[in-house]
Design a protein around this ligand. Structure first.
Ligand SMILES: *Cc1c(COP(=O)(O)O)cnc(C)c1O
Length: 358
């Protein structure tokens, strides 16, 4: 019988929460659908696609619109089929079999996933109780352990915690190895190092269309890096990694700058509202809700000894959030969704407390 490789035998397909839940607060998507103006700008672009032709391999228009929105130069931008694909390209081509990648835990699981798929060693540095990355310790660790790449999200998914631009710059400057900073959620904070990509020869900053922009359905991500790294990335990717539909949609949406900024403000407002409400519950139910981490993202992350029960009871009310064993991550929703979540949580916390006594 044909034998799968050992690394494949232990893999399972990525399995997001399945099922039809009324409220989805589990995947950090934007709660907003594009408005009619944005939709018609998209349709306009899409109607001009030459469907019988291959897409632009360099997604020039989408990269230019992205670059203009974020204030970077489009020569330094590479588009990917979601930032997931860019992580895969980077890990598979900038590193060699047996090299060691440094990740931190908890952090986005795909860094570890792709590194192992490409037979790299993964050194994992646990974060401290405040879920922060210790910069000086990291620098020392990299020097002593021949680390070839460091990868982390900032602000972090799932912890929602961020480290400052100054700290990130200190880290990049002190290391010779490749540093990949995944800024998937930096739209919700102001400590980006996107503008530094041009100056450092060892930095790649990742961005996605899926979160703040509200287009998870469209697979589009971006890597911003200096010219040498950008050339290498473009050479290593598959030729037509982003299709004409994604490119057209990206071009249309990134041109709607005011729309995007308004949506980001609304998401930040929603996130703050959710944070305040959950903090209130923590005061009321300190035995059920533990530490709430300061959020720089569009979700709230908190510790809970009863996370599993809360998660299951929320699913029972058709509300999906993300469960991590000893903590929960809840994406902010529309005002109506937040209100329903808060009301459900209020009931659930009170039930758990009363049953505990009973
Ligand atoms: C959601 C997420 C991504 C995935 O982005 P795609 O562009 O949808 O592939 C990347 N990094 C982090 C940290 C994320 O949370």
């Amino acid at each position: 019988m044909y034998a799968l490789t050992e690394k494949l035998r232990s893999l399972k397909p990525y399995d997001p929460i399945q099922g039809n839940y009324k409220i989805r607060l589990d995947a950090n998507e934007s709660c907003f659908e594009p408005d009619e103006i944005v939709k018609s700008a998209i349709m306009d672009r899409v109607s001009k696609i030459a469907f019988n032709r291959y897409p632009d391999p360099f997604a020039a228009e989408a990269c230019a619109a992205f670059a203009d929105y974020y204030g970077v130069k489009s020569e330094y931008v590479t588009a990917g089929n979601g930032s997931d694909e860019l992580i895969s390209i980077i890990v598979s081509s900038f590193l060699e079999k047996g090299d060691t990648v440094l990740t931190f835990s908890p952090d986005f699981s795909m860094y570890n996933f792709y590194s192992r798929l490409y037979e790299l060693n993964v050194a994992d540095m646990p974060k401290d109780g405040d879920m922060r990355i210790d910069i000086e310790k990291t620098i020392e660790y990299c020097a002593q352990n021949n680390i070839k790449a460091v990868i982390f999200s900032n602000p972090c998914n799932p912890t929602s915690v961020g480290i400052t631009r100054g700290e990130v710059i200190r880290l990049i400057g002190a290391l010779d190895c490749l540093v990949i900073v995944d800024e998937a959620y930096m739209d919700f904070w102001n400590q980006s190092v996107l503008d530094m990509a041009e100056q450092f020869d060892n930095l790649i900053v990742l961005k996605t269309f899926s979160k703040a922009c509200g287009f998870a359905a469209v697979r589009l991500g971006f890597a911003v890096a200096c010219e040498r790294i950008t050339n290498a990335l473009r050479a290593a990717k598959s030729p037509y990694n982003t299709d004409s539909l994604s490119q057209a949609i990206g071009t249309a949406v990134f041109s709607q700058k005011d729309y995007l900024r308004t949506r980001v403000s609304a998401l930040i407002e929603s996130r703050d509202m959710l944070y305040t409400q959950i903090s209130g519950f923590q005061q009321e139910y300190p035995e059920l809700i533990g530490k709430i981490f300061p959020t720089r993202t569009n979700f709230v992350y908190f510790a809970s000894g009863r996370a599993g029960e809360i998660y299951e009871k929320l699913l029972g009310k058709s509300i999906a959030v993300r469960y991590f064993g000893d903590s929960l991550r809840i994406t902010c929703g529309t005002p109506a969704e937040n209100a329903e979540l808060i009301s459900a949580l209020r009931t659930i916390l009170s039930d758990i407390r009363n049953n505990g006594k009973g």
